[in-house]
Design a protein around this ligand. Structure first.
Ligand code: SAH
Ligand code: SF4
Ligand code: F3S
Length: 442
């Protein structure tokens, strides 16, 4: 049989990290990854169900795989990840070209399933969710770059009423500190400069009563690990101890992604976000007092069911008060099976669109506000990749998670180097590498 596989990934970094695990799993049995989808023995797609738009993208890709299979009938097509649950019903009937459907906790079965399907088994579906699976002892095959994603926990127990994740990924469970540290040490040996600890609620991490703060401190002490990031924390579980550890260790980046979602207490309550606007603002104050110049980003949903114009204005008000460095902004998308999808009072599409545009404009203003303060400063930048615009330029990030573009000179990807920020183009910082003497003089 043809042991080449093509894998593509939609959705969040958890999925990126899961796809690396899947590649690792397949490579233990002689499968090899190909970038040529048209000639792959196996086509895998790791899917996302967070918004309708995410599902639409995958559905259109499935149409394309169908065409490939018409040309190469032996191709095995596997649908993995968060859409597996919802797809399982209609796949047997309406998508006979799909061979395998596997939910996020069933990847260990993939090898057996490919074999079975090659032996003409009927379509195979496994969407069982596990209370325990954390994929310990599988080595991911990472796709290069300077950052290694390390999943520290899976699932989510928060049940925000808009969110499908607790249903697609099941109950929250954490990996042991030992296995996380071991994986991080290996990533450092393999040449990664940065690691990002990943989970839906990283700060509710709990393995045998050992908490996130302890994990973070242990990871920070790994020799030669230049940078550590984590995402996403939940505002409810943020503690002063975590902020203190961030302050204490230089290699933990001065950046926090803190999802607000909405600025009005009624909306937050109906979202089941478990904090009030005032709590969020107090937390931001606490963060900024402990970590001066911290980079703060957020997630915002507009047009949650029942959100009226006055309530929406409070999201803008909170944005004005906090002035995030950046924001991921979304129109509410009803997800079957979630509580909010059954609320009446859904906001009209054109109203959602208008709110989204206002949130984006407000955020742009705040991003500019912060970025302007960087001009003239010297920032330590991790060289990450070539800039999209020119082969003569590198792109890298500051500790506070801002992208900076600068001319290539005698530095390598993975180095951390001082860059003087000279100007802003669009919303991106541009600068110039300086040498250590210049830095000391400044
Ligand atoms: N665990 C993270 C979020 C994961 S999903 C947290 O709690 O912050 C990433 C973002 O997608 C969410 O923060 C939310 O802003 C957005 N999102 C989730 N469900 C959504 C929905 N049904 N419609 C629109 N946006 C949604
Ligand atoms: Fe979804 Fe809320 Fe869990 Fe985040 S915390 S994954 S938004 S249910
Ligand atoms: Fe999407 Fe699943 Fe991530 S729904 S956002 S891929 S956890």
């Amino acid at each position: 049989m043809d042991k080449s596989f093509f894998i593509e990934t939609y959705g969040c970094q958890m999925n990126v990290s899961d796809s690396e695990l899947i590649s690792g799993l397949l490579s233990t049995d002689g499968y090899r990854e190909t970038k040529d989808i048209n000639n792959a023995g196996i086509i895998l797609v790791n899917t996302c169900a967070i918004r309708e738009h995410a599902e639409d993208k995958v559905n259109s890709r499935l149409g394309f795989y169908k065409q490939i299979k018409e040309k190469n009938p032996t191709t095995i097509i596997g649908v993995l990840g968060c859409m597996a649950q919802n797809l399982k019903e209609n796949i047997l009937e309406s998508k006979p070209y799909v061979d395998i459907v596997l939910g996020p906790d069933s990847y260990r079965n993939l090898l057996d399933m490919i074999k079975a399907r090659n032996n003409k088994a009927s379509q195979i579906i496994d969407t069982n969710l596990s209370r325990y699976e954390v994929y310990e002892n599988i080595s991911p095959v990472r796709d290069g770059g300077v950052n290694a994603w390390i999943s520290i926990m899976r699932g989510c127990d928060k049940f925000c009423t808009f969110c499908v994740v607790p249903f697609t990924r099941g109950r929250e469970r954490s990996r042991s500190i030992e296995s996380i540290v071991e994986e991080a040490e290996k990533a450092v040996k393999d040449g990664f400069s940065e690691i990002t600890l990943l989970g839906q609620n990283v700060n509710s991490y709990n393995h045998d009563q050992r908490r996130f703060v302890e994990l973070l401190a242990e990871v920070a002490q790994i020799p030669y690990l230049k940078r550590i990031r984590y995402t996403s924390p939940h505002p409810q579980d943020m503690t002063q101890e975590v902020l203190d550890v961030m302050l204490k260790y230089d290699n933990i980046c001065n950046y926090i992604h803190l999802p607000l979602q909405a600025g009005n207490n009624n909306v937050l309550n109906r979202m089941n976000r478990t904090y009030k606007k005032e709590d969020f603002l107090t937390l931001v104050g606490q963060i900024r007092r402990t970590l001066p110049n911290v980079g703060l980003s957020t997630d915002i949903i507009v047009g949650f069911p029942g959100e009226n114009e006055k309530e929406f204005q409070e999201t803008l008000d909170v944005m004005e008060l906090v002035k995030f460095d950046s924001a991921y902004t979304f129109k509410y998308s009803a997800r079957p099976g979630t509580k909010a999808s059954e609320f009446d009072d859904h906001v009209k599409e054109d109203e959602k669109q208008s709110r989204l545009e206002r949130v984006i404009a407000t955020q742009r203003k705040h991003t500019m506000f912060h970025n302007k303060n960087y001009v003239g400063k010297i920032e330590m930048v991790l060289v990450e990749k070539e800039s999209k615009r020119s082969t003569q330029e590198w792109a890298g990030r500051t500790d506070s998670n801002k992208w900076v573009i600068f001319d290539k000179s005698n530095v390598n990807i993975g180095d951390i180097i001082p860059v003087r920020i000279d100007e802003i183009k669009g919303i991106t910082l541009h600068g110039e590498i300086i040498n250590i003497q210049e830095m000391e003089a400044a």
